[in-house]
Ligand binder design. Structure first.
Ligand code: MG
Ligand code: ZN
Length: 231
């Protein structure tokens, strides 16, 4: 039983990787760079995107919003005149707590790929399985908020190891918390040495300009980026 179970999981991840490559091919063909934005629930991804995309003068951005149910976050982002597409994992995908390549593939016909240069996929809030499923992204960005504690890189190493940038959010709360930022950065370096990191507050706007600059300076032609490694 144990061996069989492992084989099933392996096959599922192999199938996911194949579909992720097909997604990546479609995004490359349309010259759309894709970011997979991941975090635990409540780390502030949606507020961060609201701050980031409000009067953004960088590449043309679209958002693919992943949630188990509802369109609360998509509705918030749609106010910014950014094209937003919603995936609900409970309709047809069994309420999965992550996006996988097949779910993103099902959304591709609804994405305005000819009208955008950058697609930000807001994954379902979860620090575990989103890390296991490539969806065809070029870059993975993680939001880790200071209310979550310093130990998270050690508890969820795959998530922290497979991302290309870590945004440390809610830094406006640091004076009110016992959070030890140096300890967090030390733990981060233990699992992913020297991964780029930025300190931000989506609430106050601190650090958001540096993150917006990072987005503006992403290679505009997706195929110029290294192909994401298969897990
Ligand atoms: Mg959200
Ligand atoms: Zn999941």
């Amino acid at each position: 039983m144990h061996l069989k179970r492992v084989k099933v999981v392996t096959d599922a991840l192999d199938a996911n990787a194949t579909i992720a490559r097909a997604n990546r091919h479609d995004f490359d063909q349309a010259s759309v760079t894709v970011i997979n934005l991941m975090s635990s629930p409540g780390a502030g991804k949606t507020l961060l995107l609201e701050r980031t995309l409000d009067e953004f003068d960088g590449p043309r951005v679209g958002v693919l919003e992943g949630d188990v149910q509802g369109s609360f976050d998509a509705d918030r982002l749609a106010r910014l005149h950014v094209p937003v597409t919603q995936i609900n994992t409970d309709s047809g995908f069994g309420g999965e707590c992550h996006l996988d390549a097949n779910m993103v593939r099902s959304a591709i016909p609804s994405l305005p790929l000819n009208e955008i240069d950058l697609l930000i996929i807001e994954n379902v809030g979860n620090l575990v399985c989103p890390a296991e499923f490539r969806v065809g992204e070029d870059m993975r960005v993680m939001v880790s908020s200071v209310t979550e504690g310093e130990d998270k890189p050690l508890k969820y190493p795959l998530m922290f190891r497979t991302c290309d940038l870590v945004l440390i959010n809610k830094i406006d709360l640091l004076p009110h918390l016992d959070y030890d930022l140096d300890a967090f950065l030390h733990n981060l370096d233990l699992v992913h040495p020297d991964v780029p990191r930025m300190l931000v507050s989506a609430r106050t706007g601190e650090g958001i300009e540096a993150w917006r600059d990072w987005l503006k300076h992403l290679p505009t032609h997706a195929s110029a980026l290294p192909v994401a490694a298969t897990l």
